[in-house]
Design a protein around this ligand. Structure first.
Ligand code: C2E
Ligand code: CA
Ligand code: CA
Length: 773
């Protein structure tokens, strides 16, 4: 199944989900808010428009009423400022009344009554429209007492007229009444006033209807302030507005207009608007999501997919489309990936390259060998040479790493010179080189090995030194079946065999070879591990003063139990030297030995520890100081330590040994010349060296038991004359003991007294020995 697709889907839905979760609710809320806001805004607008409209209607109605008043005013003035009317007051004639104020003329003028009077109660004439028969010719007088009383209260009675009409609006018997009053003058207004003329007009239902039709509203006039009852149902509502009109007799006249509003069409508009808005919002959010998808999410999906493929090793790049932040990210990522790739390639190269010689390393060989095997036909010949330098460690340890490095580079160079074009050279680490040779049979491989060996005959210059190296070479021939590991193992075995035969040997792998050589390899492995795990233990063998029976010292001897047996110290010590592990091993042993010594010294206070030092350890210039440090770290005096070394050390590093020895002597450490008699030196030649004790080798003692006492005696005499102490080593029996004693030997060590023992055993032995004394 396509994993990347699954990832992609997961990513898509997750990102989408996250966005929808977080933004979706917000968008919905926002939409609701916006729609609600818009609807209430529209509602407000409608109300405001209604208000404005009704106010306008109110003004309009006011204007109409004003017009009405003025018209009435003008009418009354036309009649009042007139010679006929003026004369009528002086001389009341029926004719004036019947000519001017018939029912019909009142009707035409839309006046409900007319009154001519000189005093409040004194009517010259009054006529009212008969509401039941407006067309009759008769002119009945005003007969409503309340109206007459209203007229008698007109303010005009208290002031002189000026010829200008005064108009009022009032409520009479629940009806709105317009009154127009004018002083009666002659037409020229030259003579004094002669009374008042009053026109009255009721605002009746027909008038109201007319007005309402004119303004498409309802209106009402009242003496008291109307209660603003806004009947507002869901589909219908009433909008009202009111104002005070200037009036008389009743202090205020209220005009109220109201209008019925049908909300249904408005709701339709608002609904349509909300729907439209919703649609717009939907389209907007869809567009937003589309853009987000196209510009961001899709690209991130692509990035994630490509990054995943990249992590699987596919060489893909993030697409760059423009120069926004994502493109910057893509460009940066691509750059980083390139860097990583280069770094990986470098690492890859480094991981298969040996830094010192620039040859391939062990991993390089392993890779190459597999490739070569895959490429070879089953019958094709292929050989492998494994070359190990002899004595390289010695040079490296004594002359330093610079010398070692130079040597290795020079060896690589010389090997290359004789190799063919198709051969490949690798350095396996340390001083091991491998040559991989395609299309090569055994004879050709052997000839090549010989040529390589010849290349090393000439010494290599390192400053003033001439470095002589040789090499042991193992040859393995591919059998056409086995794998690279097997071929390497065979070459290894052949090389070990060559090493076993001695320096500078060449050996060809044979079937039976695995036995010895592989045992050697196993031993090597095991020793490395044993040192790593600090499994090698010190044993201790006492050295006695045979005259007093006192234990003077214990010699520390290394013991290594491998599998079911103890490996000979001589063997594993040499192997440790070869592997360059002797320093580490010695330090471990000394540490354990010193720890044990502090315990032994609780029983035998001045007991010394005799420690064997391998010649190779002298390559370490810090040898003396680090040993002395170890001693004092255990709280022991330097005099508790005795160093044993053989003369072979002096031959290897004469200068350094001398220097190190002097450091020991200065510190008060005893120096023992070990195995004396096995080497070539005479004691006289060692005179200049600061040994204080000579250890007579067991071979002399064996010699002595065969009857020859001369050499031990000579050694004894010379050592005595040089003020050196003597220890006879390897005393096994009474006969040997007696003879040595006879010559004068006092200090002795051997199985006759005690075998080397582990710490605990020696502790018991020391206690038992003390009790014997
Ligand atoms: P060495 O220093 O000469 O040690 C004395 C050897 O004589 C020891 O052998 C000891 O077990 C053996 N020996 C003692 N008494 C008798 C005896 O009565 N008869 C016989 N036949 N042998 C006796 P070992 O322990 O096998 O050690 C062999 C050599 O290995 C040592 O010779 C020493 O050179 C080396 N060696 C042992 N331990 C160490 C060590 O920790 N460091 C170094 N550098 N070399 C060591
Ligand atoms: Ca020794
Ligand atoms: Ca010895």
């Amino acid at each position: 199944m396509d994993f990347s697709l699954v990832k992609k889907l997961m990513l898509t839905s997750r990102l989408h989900r996250q966005i929808i979760n977080r933004v979706g609710l917000m968008v919905v809320l926002l939409a609701v808010l916006v729609i609600a806001g818009c609807i209430s805004f529209m509602n407000w607008l409608y109300h405001k428009a209604d208000n404005d409209e009704i106010s306008a209607e109110l003004t309009k109605v006011q204007l109409i009423l004003q017009n009405e008043r003025e018209g009435l005013g003008r009418a009354v003035r036309d009649y009042a400022v007139w010679n006929d009317a003026y004369d009528y007051i002086q001389l009341p004639q029926r004719k004036f009344e019947s000519d001017n104020f018939t029912q019909q003329s009142l009707n035409v003028m839309q006046i409900d009554f007319v009154a001519i009077m000189t005093q409040p109660q004194h009517f010259f004439f009054s006529s009212a429209l008969d509401p039941h028969n407006p067309n009759t010719q008769a002119t009945p007088a005003i007969n409503s007492p309340s109206l007459l009383s209203l007229l008698s209260q007109l303010p005009e009675w208290h002031a002189a007229g000026d010829g200008k009409p005064h108009t009022y609006i009032t409520i009479h018997e629940g009806r709105a009444l317009f009154l127009a009053v004018s002083g009666i003058f002659d037409s020229a207004q030259a003579k004094p006033q002669r009374g008042w003329m009053v026109f009255g007009r009721y605002m009746d239902d027909d008038d109201l209807k007319r007005l309402q039709q004119l303004a498409k509203i309802q209106l009402a006039l009242s003496a008291t302030m109307p209660t603003t009852k806004v009947a507002s149902g869901f589909f219908h509502s009433t909008q009202t507005a009111q104002t005070r009109l200037a009036g008389w007799m009743v202090p205020t006249i209220w005009l109220q207009v109201s209008k019925e509003i049908d909300w249904q069409p408005r709701y339709i508009v608002m609904g349509a608007f909300a729907l439209g808005l919703l649609l717009v919002l939907c389209v907007a959010s869809w567009t937003l999501q589309y853009l987000l998808n196209k510009l961001v999410i899709n690209r991130i999906e692509t990035f994630a997919d490509l990054a995943w493929r990249r992590s699987q090793g596919e060489r893909v790049y993030w697409p760059v489309e423009g120069d926004n932040e994502l493109d910057l990210l893509a460009r940066t990522f691509n750059g980083l990936m390139d860097e990583v790739q280069t770094a990986q390639q470098n690492l890859q190269t480094l991981s298969v390259t040996d830094a010192l010689t620039a040859l391939g390393n062990r991993r390089g060989l392993e890779q190459e060998i597999e490739l070569m095997i895959q490429a070879s036909q089953p019958q094709a010949d292929m050989s492998m040479l494994l070359m190990d330098l002899d004595g390289f460690k010695l040079i490296n340890d004594s002359l330093g790493h610079a010398a070692g490095d130079l040597l290795l580079r020079e060896v690589a160079l010389r090997m290359r010179q004789v190799m063919r074009r198709q051969d490949q050279l690798f350095r396996m680490g340390g001083d091991e080189f491998t040559v991989l040779m395609p299309n090569t049979n055994v004879e050709q491989a052997a000839r090549m090995a010989e040529r390589l060996r010849q290349q090393l005959v000439e010494a290599i210059h390192f400053g003033p030194h001439l470095l002589n190296v040789s090499a042991s070479i193992g040859i393995a021939q591919w059998d056409g079946e086995s794998d690279g590991m097997e071929l390497m193992r065979q070459a290894d075995l052949a090389m070990y065999e060559a090493k076993r035969q001695g320096k500078s040997c060449i050996s060809l792998y044979e079937k039976g070879m695995s036995g010895v050589a592989s045992e050697q390899m196993q031993l090597e492995q095991a020793l490395r591990q044993a040192i790593q795990k600090e499994e090698i233990e010190p044993y201790f063998q006492p050295v006695l003063d045979t005259q007093t029976g006192q234990v003077l010292a214990v010699e520390m001897l290394a013991r290594w139990q491998w599998e079911d047996h103890f490996v000979q110290p001589a063997d594993f010590i040499r192997l440790a030297e070869d592997l360059g592990l002797i320093q580490q091993l010695s330090a471990q042993l000394l540490d354990k030995g010193l720890k044990a010594l502090t315990k032994f010294r609780q029983n035998v206070p001045n007991l010394k520890l005799q420690v064997n030092i391998s010649p190779m350890q002298f390559s370490d210039r810090q040898l003396a100081s680090s040993l002395l440090e170890q001693v004092s770290a255990h709280g022991l005096p330097c005099s508790a330590l005795a160093i044993e070394l053989t003369e072979s050390a002096m031959l290897l590093y004469p200068e350094q040994v001398g220097q190190t020895m002097r450091q020991f002597v200065t510190a008060g450490v005893s120096l023992h010349l070990d195995d004396f008699g096995t080497g070539y030196s005479s004691l006289a030649r060692l005179r200049d060296l600061p040994f204080d004790t000579v250890k007579l080798d067991r071979s002399f003692i064996v010699m002595m038991s065969e009857g020859d006492m001369s050499l031990p005696r000579v050694v004894f005499d010379m050592a005595s004359s040089m003020n050196m102490s003597l220890i006879a080593e390897g005393v096994e029996n009474q006969v040997e003991f007696e003879r040595l004693k006879q010559i004068g030997y006092r200090q002795m060590q051997g199985f006759m007294f005690a075998v080397p023992m582990a710490e605990e055993a020696l502790q018991h032995w020391l206690v038992a020995h003390q009790q014997q004394e």
